[in-house]
Write a protein that binds this ligand. Structure first.
Ligand SMILES: Cc1ncc(COP(=O)(O)O)c(C=O)c1O
Length: 401
């Protein structure tokens, strides 16, 4: 008798989407690709300090002293990082829980806050991984819209919450409202009044807020995105070394818990229990955490330089080509770009992305991957090597005519 897999696994091979098929064809034919989708900082020629891996070794990793919350030294270092960012005592190390990546943090929070079949709200446009993570925990998702205001090359694009839409999207089973700050791919910061409104809504409706701030240190202004504080509704903040230092291979992230005393203590107790079931963060990244965070300028410097350089190139191309219309980000590592005229030419974002790849060898992501309504948006990473970025943009504008 064959095994009956749960309904979440569709019958048959779902196969590749048309853009991935086009990419595979191109690679099989041995043709070059200018990749504007790269988001892995270890794969785009960034120069990090050569000696950092030495921090992973030493006597600290010879013994196993598991603490479900993560080691005290690493948690103190994370609190120290928030102290530098937000002012002394911004974060108590006792409110920090280590996880093996932010994705695991999301999964722990679904387990902590939801029963199977419960509901959570995510922003739209947004990062597609959230749907997968929710599905794996048997949580259903709804969306609320982010709506762009006027874009500005210097300061970015404020995207506002559709507050009425968000309230309408709540169901009796909604447990969590997620925010991504700065957003991916919008690069938008949650405006202070929208954040206050979200906290007030959470308080009124008995919801928890989860704030993904993995790009907080990469804003186009002088300051990092502010940490959302709460002494009322539960607020969980996710961050980690993957984006903060550009070191996704370390698999070290964290959850910070805030909220009213009673709920917060309960949340911490249950979260500790979940973390204890996995004990998933390795000793080596924990041992390195304090040293790496102390030296964060050496990692963030090359990333910031790269983002600024590619942003300047994009600004130059957008100034010379009216059809190329970036929705300038306020932060983060990518930029959505409207490609005016493609719909009139009979294409949507996916058809245009395939055309770009087939005819110009440029790989960009279509906006529908991120649930954009508009059919003329592609999303570009700002991390590629600057020469590749420039060459790819030349080809994009050539295709746009
Ligand atoms: C907004 C956002 N959150 C979380 C993640 C996952 O990060 P991690 O590598 O810590 O799992 C990503 C990865 O791209 C992301 O873009």
């Amino acid at each position: 008798m064959t095994f009956r897999f749960p309904a979440r696994w569709p019958e048959g091979d779902p196969g590749l989407n048309p853009l991935s098929r086009a990419l595979e064809r191109r690679r099989e034919a041995g043709l070059p690709v200018l990749d504007l989708t790269v988001s892995n900082p270890t794969k785009c020629g960034l120069r990090f300090p050569g000696d950092w891996t030495a921090l992973l070794g030493g006597r600290a990793v010879e013994s196993y002293d598991p603490d479900p919350r993560g080691g005290a030294a690493a948690r103190a270092a994370i609190a120290g990082y928030y102290g530098d960012r937000q002012g002394a005592d911004a974060v108590d190390p006792a409110d920090v829980f280590l996880t093996a990546g932010t994705s695991e943090g999301y999964s722990h929070l679904f387990k902590l806050l939801c029963a199977p079949g419960d509901h959570a709200l995510i922003p739209r446009p947004s990062y597609p991984l959230l749907e997968t993570l929710a599905e794996l925990e048997s949580i259903t998702l709804g969306t609320y819209d982010l709506v762009p205001d006027a874009t500005d090359a210097e300061t970015g694009t404020p995207w506002r919450l559709d507050r009425a839409g968000l309230e309408t999207a709540l169901t009796p089973r909604t447990r969590i409202v997620f925010a991504v700050h700065p957003g991916n791919p919008t690069g938008s910061l949650l405006a202070a009044d929208d954040a206050a409104w979200m906290l007030d809504l959470a308080e009124r409706r008995g919801l928890a807020v989860v704030m993904d701030e993995v790009f907080a240190d990469y804003t186009s202004g002088e300051k990092p995105a502010p940490l959302l504080r709460s002494s009322g509704p539960l607020v969980f903040t996710l961050n980690g070394l993957s984006k903060l230092l550009g070191l996704p291979q370390l698999k070290l992230a964290w959850i910070h818990v805030a909220g009213g005393q009673e709920d917060k203590e309960k949340a911490k107790r249950h979260l500790e229990w979940i973390c204890d079931a996995y004990l998933s963060v390795g000793a080596a990244p924990q041992a390195a955490c304090a040293g790496l965070l102390r030296r964060r300028a050496e990692f963030q410097g090359p990333i910031r330089e790269r983002l600024e350089s590619n942003r300047a190139t994009l600004r130059e191309f957008a100034a010379g080509h009216a059809a190329l219309q970036p929705l300038w980000p306020q932060g983060g590592w990518c930029v959505p770009v409207r490609c005016a005229g493609i719909v009139e030419d009979g294409m949507d974002d996916e058809a245009f992305a395939i055309r770009l790849l087939d005819t110009e060898g440029v790989h960009a992501q279509p906006g529908y991957f991120f649930d954009f309504d508009e059919e003329d948006v592609i999303v570009l990473s700002l991390l590629p090597d600057p020469e590749i970025f420039r060459e790819a943009l030349e080809r994009v504008v050539r295709r746009l005519g």
